[in-house]
Ligand binder design. Structure first.
Ligand code: 2HA
Ligand code: ZN
Length: 270
């Protein structure tokens, strides 16, 4: 067996959580990440027949039965993942009935997966049926994205349009726009279902006045989506209370989409 602390997926989780923490997106225990892993990726580092603990997930994720994931722990701080991956992360397998998580490594202090596991597993199920390359679900609390939620109507058109107007790259990076949920109690199956429903249309979903979810085929891809939204939100917040002399017009956004050949939500313009 090779040392799992050297596994690319453990190292990458450490790097990503540290970056997110330093960007101020994950105060205290804020945020959570899960990434699907292939058995072949896990096997050099773990005895997959050795289940440390079986933890109920509280709902049925049959579609993911037998799938492996690396998941941040509940109550754990992104700040600490890189220094102590084995306490702050877990590698688990969804049981054959889809109702339990079989812990193979991690949560060393007796902990368990993020309280947002329902939203993660449901989003994985939705995205896998749309995108076979899908692997990552990422949640965090980026400051300006949150701030913007308090001063804009919380709907997909207004939020997406405002973001697209702030940076030329936005309509190219997320032409599908940003899904928006109202404020809801977090950690529940209900918010998980609502998130997964939005994930049918969007790779980015704002949880009103709470944070954001992103999905992708890699940690970099999900991170890059959030980074782009947060940059646009930062510009928005910097100019929100100032007279606006110039703007990127809708016809210019259309030119960008044409130039980069992206299919975008035309109904979110004008
Ligand atoms: O993991 O961010 O939404 C802590 C949270 C809950
Ligand atoms: Zn949160």
């Amino acid at each position: 067996m090779q040392d799992i602390l050297n596994a690319p997926f453990v190292r990458e989780m450490g790097k990503t959580t540290a970056n997110m923490y330093r960007l101020g997106w994950d105060e205290r225990n804020g945020g959570n990440i899960s990434m699907l892993l292939d058995e072949a990726e896990v096997a050099p580092y773990l005895d997959t027949a050795k289940v440390l603990r079986t933890i109920p997930t509280g709902f049925d994720a049959k579609m993911l039965a037998g799938r492996y994931l690396i998941v941040t722990g509940t109550g754990k701080y992104f700040k600490n993942v890189q220094d102590d991956p084995e306490t702050n992360l877990g590698v688990l397998r969804v049981s054959s009935d889809g109702k339990n998580a079989e812990l193979l490594w991690g949560y060393r202090d007796g902990g368990q997966f993020t309280s947002e596991l329902p939203a993660h597993l449901m989003s994985h199920m939705t995205r896998l049926s749309i995108d076979p390359k899908h692997r990552v679900v990422m949640h965090c609390h980026p400051t300006n994205t949150l701030a913007m939620n308090f001063i804009l109507p919380l709907n997909e058109k207004d939020v997406t349009h405002a973001l697209w107007q702030m940076c030329s790259e936005c309509i190219v990076v997320f032409p599908d726009g940003v899904g928006v949920l109202p404020w809801m109690v977090c950690g529940t199956n209900e918010i998980g279902e609502a998130t997964a429903e939005k994930m049918k249309q969007f790779r980015l979903v704002i949880w009103g006045m709470h944070g954001i979810y992103a999905v992708g085929s890699s940690l970099d891809e999900a991170f890059g989506l959030i980074e782009t939204v947060e940059k646009a939100a930062q510009v928005y917040m910097l100019i929100a209370d100032k007279p606006r002399v110039n703007t990127i017009r809708d016809d210019e956004l259309r030119q960008l989409a044409a130039r980069f050949g992206v299919t975008y939500r035309e109904d979110f313009l004008g």
